[in-house]
Design a protein around this ligand. Structure first.
Ligand code: ATP
Length: 311
């Protein structure tokens, strides 16, 4: 049984290879993405037994996603296929540099997920169960699924990890905040980005304290080029980002969360977990694609050693 399980929607990604409007692209790169799948792949590459659970379509896109997860060493025995489309998204980088996403995930197989979507005994022996705030935005059934899965994981002694991952194209700030606040007592480790933080009025350490007061022992704020800030069991930790050339910012957050969780599973202290998270985030942004920059354990060690030398 996997020691880390991520649940959510894995999708096919069509990535515009050149900056500029999608309408001017001659072709798109066929890739795979989705927050939870990215995290599972990053942890598998680091050597963890990582599993992914979620529903995919009984279509060629589902086949592509499943094959990619398998090829990356992710355990997929609980993935179900059904007569609904596999989610798809297109990413372009607009003139001026801002990224834009077009979703084709409404009514997707993952949006049909409900409580019982996988055998909960799959979580027996699982140390970390991860999901994101994207799943509850897919449908009311998927929101119920997320609550159910968290409860099943907790019952089996897994640490529950949640990345806020607010997506304004899927739901509004009010329902997102309400759902998140409702489940916070079930969450042990909460990740949020600076953009996610705008869901609340407070910011910085004040926000981390307010969120921690509702349950999570770890609240980690990802701050892009500034690195990361965390409140862990009441103590504050901060770690700067690594200087790299940013080629594609998407997937940095998933990589960071994978790095932090890897550090936790390796028994590293909080500051080191943030450093590993920052390293994975930096590696993610330095190549195109959602997860392709994720390192193996030895590639991570090389990167960290090189950076120490530079420092
Ligand atoms: P995503 O685009 O995947 O949703 P996010 O908004 O959740 O990302 P960010 O704060 O953008 O998360 O990035 C996560 C982490 O990745 C940062 O905390 C940092 O460690 C690293 N990172 C992001 N951008 C850069 C950068 N330009 N240079 C170096 N490291 C970066």
């Amino acid at each position: 049984m996997p020691e880390v399980v991520a649940a959510g929607e894995a999708m096919v990604l069509l990535l515009a290879p050149q900056p500029g409007y999608l309408r001017h692209q001659a072709w798109l790169e066929l890739r795979v993405g989705g927050a939870e799948a990215n995290l599972a792949i990053a942890l598998a590459r680091l050597g963890f037994k990582a599993g992914f659970v979620g529903w995919l379509g009984q279509d060629e896109l589902g086949e592509l996603v499943l094959q990619r997860l398998r090829a990356e060493g992710v355990e997929v025995s609980q993935v179900r296929r059904l007569e609904a489309p596999t989610g798809l998204y297109i990413r372009e980088r607009l003139p001026g540099g801002r990224g834009r996403v077009h979703y084709r995930r409404s009514g997707s197989a993952a949006a049909q997920m409900i409580p019982g979507a996988f055998d909960p005994d799959y979580l027996e022996g699982c140390r970390v169960f991860h999901l994101s705030g994207i799943t509850p935005a897919l449908s009311s059934g998927a929101a119920a699924f997320a609550r159910w899965a968290m409860a099943e994981a907790r019952r089996r002694g897994a640490l529950v990890s949640l990345d806020v991952n607010y997506r304004s194209k899927l739901w509004g700030p009010g329902p997102a905040r309400a759902w998140l606040e409702e489940v916070l007592p079930q969450v042990d480790c909460l990740f949020l980005s600076q953009e996610d933080a705008r869901l609340w009025e407070a910011s910085g350490l004040e926000l981390l304290r307010a969120l921690a007061a509702r349950g999570p022992g770890h609240v980690v704020l990802k701050q892009g080029r500034l690195g990361a800030l965390a409140l862990v069991e009441g103590c504050c930790f901060e770690s700067p980002a690594f200087p790299v050339e940013e080629v594609d910012p998407v997937g940095a957050g998933d990589a960071f969360s994978a790095g932090y969780l890897a550090g936790l599973l390796w028994g590293k202290p909080p500051a080191e977990r943030l450093r590993i998270g920052n390293a994975l985030g930096a590696l993610a942004v330095s190549v195109p694609g959602d997860y392709e920059g994720a390192p193996s354990a030895s590639e991570l060690a090389d990167f960290l050693q090189q950076q120490t030398f530079v420092e």
